[in-house]
Design a binder for this molecule. Structure first.
Ligand code: NAD
Ligand code: UDP
Length: 355
């Protein structure tokens, strides 16, 4: 495969760090650009020694002058509590960020990928959502800074494509989860797993009958690479997500079962404009990208629970170095046993041999 110089904005975040890792595995040079608004150094610490990897601290709302072959634009807070914390900055990141990245791509004739979102469909009245559906977004509500920012970014991408013949790829990403999600970002999968592991109440907003479709991060990144590799005539938008649909209550019950937790469900008010249903129609991705998810919710949750369990144990040990082994939290035992089971599996042995 041809080695390329690839820039990933938002590369220190949850999805960006997995993307940087996968691009390096494919032999590319990676420039990760991030201002650490929601990303963390720890997400990319393991890549810093790689000579093909470079990090630049930069805010995409300001212009950037570099030379690369391809750009993935992921910079933007993604969880409702993060993007609603400073909504004006969220819109600026999506819109000014897109203008700067598209201007750069135009100057250097780079192919450019936009991480758009299922939020462009708002609270959908068509179900599941195909790319042709134009959405039902409240333009003045608390989610609008994100939804409308991403919609405007899509507009800019398609105008640069029509006006300047820029090569663009627009992915509409549905809820994705996995290792390196921020434990306090308020997203449902990370919230439920951390609450269950700590034995705290599981917070269900509303009645828990709203639905989401959850895609495991490895599947999603595979979809990104396939979309970027399509012929120039294919621009998207293309839905990338897992069509398996679950109510939030079903998700809570699965997490409790898989963590063997004693946590109880507690019901809190549903946030304003919270979409009642969401499920991707991935007919287009199947046809054009020859892609579909391969990791089901149960398997993906097990891997994510292992990650959070280990992280909580590490944080606990760092905070209480004077405590004895016997007083370690209950989830420590479970993490150790599932890690042992994984290590014994033939797939894990193959992976550790190849490292
Ligand atoms: P994340 O918050 O973990 O990552 C976003 C990254 O962007 C962070 O590292 C953050 O520091 C960086 N960033 C934010 N503002 C910036 C700025 N102005 N300049 C430079 N860097 C900036 O979120 P994520 O889940 O990894 O999401 C990545 C992208 O995918 C986002 O664009 C998001 O809208 C999109 N997306 C994610 C999901 C999902 O379920 N994870 C769903 C739909 C869309
Ligand atoms: N949610 C919940 N409890 C939580 C966090 C979220 O019931 O502790 C609900 C939230 O109201 C929404 C769904 O889970 O209906 C998904 O929320 P998330 O913030 O993960 O993503 P988004 O709403 O952007 O799809």
């Amino acid at each position: 495969m041809e080695r390329k110089r690839v820039m990933v904005t938002g590369g220190a975040g949850f999805l960006g760090s997995h993307l940087c890792e996968r691009l390096l595995e494919h032999g590319h040079e990676v420039l990760c650009v991030d201002n650490f608004y929601t990303g963390r150094k720890a997400n990319i610490a393991h890549l810093m020694d790689n000579p093909q990897f470079e990090f630049m601290r930069h805010d995409v709302t300001f212009p950037l002058y570099i030379e690369v072959d391809e750009i993935y634009n992921l910079a933007c807070p993604a969880s409702p509590i993060h993007y609603q914390f400073d909504p004006v900055q969220t819109t600026k990141t999506s819109v000014h960020g897109a203008i700067n990245i598209l201007g750069l791509a135009k100057r250097i004739r780079a192919k450019v990928f936009q991480a758009s979102t299922s939020e462009v469909y708002g609270d959908p009245d068509v179900h599941p959502q195909p790319e042709s559906y134009r959405g039902n977004v409240n333009p003045i509500g608390p989610r609008a800074c994100y939804d409308e920012g991403k919609r405007c970014a899509e507009t800019l991408f398609f105008d640069y494509n029509r006006q300047h013949k820029l090569r663009i790829k627009v992915a509409r990403i549905f809820n994705t989860y996995g290792p390196r999600m921020h434990p306090n970002d308020g997203r449902v999968v990370s919230n439920f797993i951390v609450q269950a592991l700590k034995g705290q109440p599981i917070t269900i907003y509303g009645k828990g009958d709203q639905t989401r479709s959850f895609c495991y991060v490895d599947d999603l990144i595979e979809g990104f690479l396939k979309l970027m590799g399509t012929p120039d005539s294919f621009t998207g938008p293309c839905n990338i997500g897992n069509p398996g649909e679950f109510t939030i209550k079903e998700l809570a019950e699965k997490v409790i079962k898989l963590t063997n937790s004693r946590s109880k469900l507690v019901y809190k008010p549903l946030p304003q404009d919270d979409p009642m249903q969401r499920c991707p129609d991935i007919t287009l991705a199947k046809k054009v990208l020859k892609w579909q998810p391969t990791i089901n919710l149960e398997e993906g949750l097990k891997r994510t629970i292992d990650y959070f369990g280990k992280r909580l144990v590490d944080e606990w040990s760092a905070a209480r170095p004077w405590k004895t082994e016997a007083s370690r939290p209950r989830y420590a035992a479970q993490v150790n046993s599932s890690a042992r089971a994984r290590a014994a599996s033939p797939k894990a042995k193959r992976k550790s041999r190849s490292r």
